[in-house]
Design a binder for this molecule. Structure first.
Ligand code: PMP
Length: 469
């Protein structure tokens, strides 16, 4: 189809450099046409003769010379050139909740998605210790063949009770969950439409599947609808993949609209609730509870991670009994992988029980997020599309200023990380704040004050270089 041709041309332009003329699209029918066009318009010889071993360039077999390695080094070099501290891989010396220890001192922390303070909670830690004593530190096998522990089933039952799905399955990694499940359920001849800002794990799952993949503009259910109207009939299965709360921007998609579009076109829908599970909806049941008018059965695949609100590590899939049974016996990342460790399962189970017993944690989280957003807005900071969820970006649109601001914040005892180009567009470079239920009102007010003042200082210094002297 024409979309696919455009994608091929864009890929060739990126690979070989140069541009094709706008009107070339209808002329490309065969691979031969494409090769001829590349040779004619991009000036590249595609049909290569066999190279002798002596002619194989070293960038094809020396890892440090791979172009992508060289590019990454250059990016790190630019970081060095700024003379600023590298903010990545900060080794923390304690639990990360509203505070943490870094470089030998306690700082206010906004760099961790321990949304409900479960990691480090004494009850959760006690459950982990008990699980280690009872089951050991490892499951020591795939669950299918010897690694199943009672605690895995208990955790899955607790998720089912909490969400109200027919069944659920836990896997050892959140990223791996998306990769293996999407990669396994879909294949060549299928189409996956995903949000333009979808998490890397969703994109990797699509690539692994071999299905055709089309991003649609962020949150634009109308664009998804248009694509399906035009192309649905050309494909076997179609999946719409979206998130409950977007991890860089903190906004929420219009789920009822997406559900309606998916149903109308007989497409499946999957929601990644990594940042919405435990965080939105009055009792933390995520985006379905947030909207109120979406029932569990309206979404085919509910996905969540255990590493955020549930203070552990891993991912889960919840949905119909048919879906879960099929994955349990066949999903490669589950079947051919050692089970989630017993302490990880215990942490998630204890956290979920605590979340159910103490919904006030969710209320506190939501109150804190709303307060941070309100104060940041009052100080005219750009919070993008964030809407009261615990992910709040402060968009500066300048990677160097982001580094400077992150550095200045740390000097003032506040840990918050920058998200820089090329992770986001330069105009979208930002600091990203993760709010937790444990932040105090004072910590939030103090942080926004420091943030606004430091940003103002950095901005004015960059406008008038003389002021630096
Ligand atoms: N989905 C989303 C939306 C995420 O933000 C993340 C990363 N935090 C993942 C999946 C992967 O989860 P995990 O880090 O637990 O592997």
């Amino acid at each position: 189809d024409s979309l696919e041709r455009m994608e091929i041309l864009a890929g060739l332009e990126e690979r070989f450099g140069g541009r094709f003329p706008e009107d070339i699209l209808p002329d490309l029918e065969t691979v031969h046409d494409v090769v001829a066009a590349v040779e004619k318009y991009l000036g590249t010889e595609v049909r290569k003769r066999k190279a002798s071993p002596a002619e194989i360039p070293s960038e094809h077999y020396r890892i440090e010379e791979f172009p992508e390695c060289v590019r990454m080094k250059q990016n790190l070099g630019m970081l060095d050139l700024t003379g600023l501290r590298n903010p990545f891989f900060n080794p923390l010396e304690s639990v990360a909740t509203n505070t943490t220890r870094l470089g030998g001192r306690e700082v206010i922390n906004f760099a961790s998605y321990n949304y409900l303070g479960m990691s480090g909670d004494p009850k959760v830690s006690a459950a982990v210790k008990e699980a280690v004593d009872r089951y050991g530190s490892s499951a020591s096998a795939s669950r299918l063949v010897g690694g199943e522990k009672i605690i895995h089933e208990e955790l899955e039952q607790e998720i089912v009770d909490f969400l109200g799905t027919e069944s659920s399955l836990c896997l050892y990694g959140g990223h791996a969950t998306n990769e293996t499940v999407i990669g396994h359920l879909f294949g060549p001849g299928d189409l996956i439409l995903h949000d333009g800002l979808a998490h890397n794990s969703i994109v990797q799952g699509c690539i692994l599947s071999g299905a055709r993949r089309r991003p649609f503009p962020h949150n634009d259910w109308k664009a998804a609808d248009d694509l399906l109207r035009e192309y649905r009939h050309e494909y076997r299965r179609v999946l719409i993949a979206i998130e409950g709360v977007y991890s860089m921007d903190g906004d929420i998609p219009d789920l009822p609209r997406f559900v309606e579009v998916a149903k109308r076109h007989k497409a499946l829908i999957m929601i990644d609730e990594a940042h919405s599970f435990g965080a939105i909806g009055a009792t933390g049941r995520g985006i379905a509870e947030h909207f109120g008018n979406v029932s569990r059965g309206d979404v085919d695949i509910w996905m969540g991670t255990l590493s955020k609100s549930l203070g552990s590590g891993g991912g889960f899939i919840a949905g119909s009994a048919a879906l879960i049974e099929y994955l349990k016996y066949t999903a490669p990342g589950f079947v051919f992988s050692a089970a989630m460790t017993p302490p990880a399962a215990a942490a998630a189970l204890a956290s979920l029980r605590l979340l159910r017993a103490e919904p006030q944690r969710v209320a506190r989280l939501q109150k804190n997020a709303a307060l941070f957003l309100e104060l940041a807005t009052e100080r005219a900071l750009n919070t993008g599309m964030s809407c009261g969820t615990p992910v709040i970006p402060i968009i500066l649109g300048n990677s160097v200023q982001c580094l400077q601001l992150s550095d200045a914040m740390l000097k003032q005892g506040i840990n918050v990380l920058p998200i820089l180009h090329p992770a986001v567009e330069e105009t979208a470079a930002r600091l990203r704040f993760f709010i937790t239920s444990h932040h105090t009102e004072h910590q939030i007010r103090h942080t926004v004050d420091v943030l606004a003042n430091e940003f103002e200082r950095i901005r004015s210094e960059s406008l008038s270089p003389l002021a630096k002297r």
